[in-house]
Design a protein around this ligand. Structure first.
Ligand code: ADP
Ligand code: MG
Length: 734
């Protein structure tokens, strides 16, 4: 343990809220804000080392990734100066090695560095890996040589401590090298006074954790490995604990409001609807339906997430909830992620309701793109309460939309909406409305607990009977380039049997990406040589293809106007179009039972759950689905494994698990998910499920004894800080 540092507790000039500009000087503070967005001492001290190097440690030089900023510990082998051939000036070249490989450092016109970089010198080197005639090199790297003279002294124990002390390696940028960050952090730690500990003493003792001040010291300036390990365990647990406290508080706050209980009336709209649906609800639909109606019948706002596979019948479940609310005179708002889906929801809701019920419920579309007159009419209907079901995109949150009696908000496809957006809509009712969130992206338990910890979760696992299923195949062009032709033949065969199909491409035109919120993990972006297949290129290919000469093929992508997209979808739904060549705009909700074939080109460019969602567009009726995942990824690559995982199972929960595993770092919180990602530092929901569950339990105990955190001021402050971070994360997303 870093006894001196912790006991001295710095000079006490700084607190976690001290501005960096006051603590470090303007230039450094500015550079830190520009690079990382940090403004306070606390934010900077939460810039934890990525890993720790040892002075004796040799890192793998053999496999340095090109074009990345790296930090390595190595030894200088030889130094050589030569003059340049074509220009005046000199080049200093130093070869360094870590035992696994050799790397060249080059400096132009800095011959004086030869005095420092003497053979045998060791240090940390940082820079961007370049390539010079096939050899890896760092041009003008930053470096800091270890001061080997320092501990030579008589004190053998001090020498050993020095040799063993782990060197923190920080996430760095081109402008700020790891040791520059280390120096800034050291200055802050020297000036930092005591830190209020968000963890109650009892919790800290029960889990054998450090106090915050010691943990910060030990994570940044460890003397031995055990220091930073305990420190990280402490800080990770603290993160989970504060987050769970915040979520439990939010949940309690929501439940403290009262709202209108909604009872379906005997012989009312819901009963009439149940009498007309042409199928029996599945067991899971009935069960989840019961959970929802139970929520609705209480005067506490419902806040429930329903997760279920694509096609598991979530929409029906949500519609029944809307009918229960309508029975008591209330209105429901349904938020869809895109205008195409909102339009489709209105149509399918009207169809499911049938003409009579539709006339009394008046499902109404409100989107930003409606012609002014139509929009005015729709807004009037919402405000007057005639429209009991109002469907739209986030435009529904706009100030212009008001409701007579908003009883229920249904959010379709949660991951596109942040907590704050739900919040804004919630404020539209006189009483907070009940909220139901639907998602087809199966969410592992720990993620649900972390990101959606303020929601109750219901799950529909069972698919309606009579689904013909989907067969999925990988088409591995790396091994079988000839199979590409076979893909279009197979698609043509489906269409000649009277079916329809989708071809999904990662881009619209070469180099114009579409809304791929979920960039596959593991591969750096933009380094691939081959451009991704595009809607434009596939469209051209099909148009020229002999088997498609007589077939009707249309594009569908996000750069078409809402009208064009809608027209294309309608034509496809009506069977007037054989093939849609699309981007991921068709990812969610598009429902055309006659569509049987889906070809995903460059499937490796999509994430696991995205592929699974896409595949859910086919095999929705009694026609068996066929999904061809075309990829050029090499066998054994991470990209290929993802595609193969999707082909191997239809179980979304299994895929969510595999996805987490393949993502290793488990960065499952997409940036759009309520800013949580930006403020989670050490906690990984994929890996730290146990910590999260444990922290939640302990947080619940603390709140049970002190619901307002009056006796836990430091915890209350930490919760406030994290909510601020979330809010600003949300704002910065625009
Ligand atoms: P999700 O929203 O979960 O993707 P939907 O509610 O859109 O699923 O349902 C998909 C299709 O299955 C719709 O055409 C719907 O009418 C139908 N469906 C829903 N529930 C059942 C059921 N229990 N039995 C048969 N078909 C059903
Ligand atoms: Mg749906």
């Amino acid at each position: 343990m870093t006894a001196e540092g912790a006991d001295a507790a710095g000079t006490g000039r700084f607190t976690l809220d001290t501005r960096l500009s006051g603590a470090l000087g303007g230039r450094t503070a500015q550079a830190l804000e520009r690079a990382f967005g940090y403004r306070t001492v606390g934010e900077m001290l939460a810039h934890y080392p990525r890993r720790y190097a040892l002075r004796g440690e040799l890192t793998a030089l053999a496999s340095l990734p090109l074009d990345e900023n790296v930090t390595i510990v190595a030894e200088v082998l030889e130094v050589r100066e030569r003059s340049m051939r074509s220009r005046r000036g000199s080049i200093l070249e130093a070869k360094i090695s870590d035992g696994t490989g050799i790397l060249t450092l080059t400096f132009f016109n800095q011959a004086w560095r030869a005095r420092e970089l003497v053979p045998g010198a060791r240090g940390i080197f940082a820079g961007k890996v370049g390539d010079y005639r096939g050899a890896r090199q760092l041009a003008h790297p930053d470096y800091e040589l270890f001061d080997d003279a320092a501990p030579l002294a008589a004190d053998a124990a001090a020498a050993r401590r020095w040799a063993e002390a782990p060197i923190p390696i920080y996430p760095a940028t081109g402008a700020l090298a790891s040791w520059q960050l280390a120096k800034a952090i050291a200055l802050l730690l020297d000036g930092l006074g005591g830190v209020d500990d968000p963890l109650p003493d009892a919790v800290r003792q029960a889990r054998s954790l450090l106090d915050q001040r010691r943990a910060l010291e030990a994570v940044h300036r460890p003397e031995v490995e055990a220091d930073w390990k305990t420190a990280r365990r402490t800080l990770r647990f603290t993160e989970a604990f504060v987050l769970q406290t915040a979520l439990l508080l939010r949940r309690a706050e929501l439940r403290a409001h009262t709202t209108t209980a909604r009872h379906p009336s005997p012989g009312g709209l819901l009963e009439r609807f149940d009498g007309t649906i042409p199928f029996a609800l599945t067991g899971d639909q009935r069960e989840v339906g019961a959970e929802i109606s139970d929520d609705l019948e209480h005067p506490v706002p419902m806040n429930r997430l329903v997760q279920g596979e694509v096609g598991s019948g979530k929409t029906v479940v949500a519609l029944r909830a809307m009918l229960a609310v309508a029975d008591s005179g209330g209105q429901s708002a349904l938020l869809a992620p895109t205008e195409v889906l909102a339009a489709q929801h209105v149509r399918s809701i009207a169809r499911m309701l049938g003409p009579e019920l539709a006339a009394s419920l008046m499902p109404t579309l409100v989107t930003g793109q409606l012609p002014a007159a139509e929009r005015r009419k729709a807004l009037l209907r919402a405000a007057a309460g005639q429209a009991r079901i109002v469907v739209g995109t986030h435009a529904l949150i706009g100030d212009a939309v008001s409701f007579a009696d908003l009883g229920l908000v249904v959010v379709d496809e949660q991951h596109r909406f942040g907590v704050e957006q739900r919040e804004a809509l919630r404020l539209k009712g006189q009483h907070p409305p009940h909220v139901l969130v639907l998602t087809a992206t199966p969410i592992p338990r720990t993620v649900a607990m972390t990101v959606f910890g303020d929601l109750d979760v219901s799950t529909i696992r069972e698919l309606p009977a009579g689904r013909a299923g989907i067969e999925s195949y990988v088409v591995p062009l790396a091994d079988r380039p000839g199979w590409r032709a076979r893909v279009w033949e197979r698609l043509a065969e489906e269409i000649e049997q009277g079916r329809q199909g989708f071809v999904v491409c990662p881009t619209i035109e070469a180099r114009v990406a579409e809304d791929d919120g979920e960039a596959p993990a593991g591969e750096p972006e933009g380094e691939e040589a081959a451009p991704a297949a595009s809607v434009a290129s596939v469209l051209a290919e099909l148009t020229a293809h002999p088997r498609f000469g007589d077939k009707r093929v249309l594009p569908l992508h996000g750069r078409m106007s809402a009208d064009e997209k809608d027209a294309a979808m309608r034509a496809f739904a009506a069977g007037e179009v054989d093939v849609l060549v699309a981007t991921t705009v068709i990812e969610v909700g598009v429902d055309v039972p006659n569509a049987s074939a889906m070809v995903v080109v460059d499937a490796d460019r999509f994430g696991v759950s995205q592929l699974h969602q896409l595949r859910g567009r086919v095999g929705r009726g009694s026609v068996p689905g066929l999904c061809l995942l075309v990829t050029g990824a090499e066998q054994g690559s991470l990209a290929r494994q993802r595609v193969e995982a999707v082909a191997a199972t239809l179980d979304g929960f299994e895929l969510a698990r595999v996805d987490l595993e393949l993502r290793q770092e488990g960065d499952v919180l997409g940036a759009s998910q309520s800013g949580v990602r930006s403020s989670l530092k050490l906690l990984r929901v994929a890996r730290d499920g146990d910590v999260i569950a444990d922290a939640r339990e302990l947080a619940a105990e603390v709140l049970a004894g002190d619901p307002g955190l009056e006796r836990h001021a430091a915890l209350a402050a930490a919760v406030r800080r994290r909510l601020d971070a979330e809010a600003s994360g949300f704002l910065s997303k625009g």
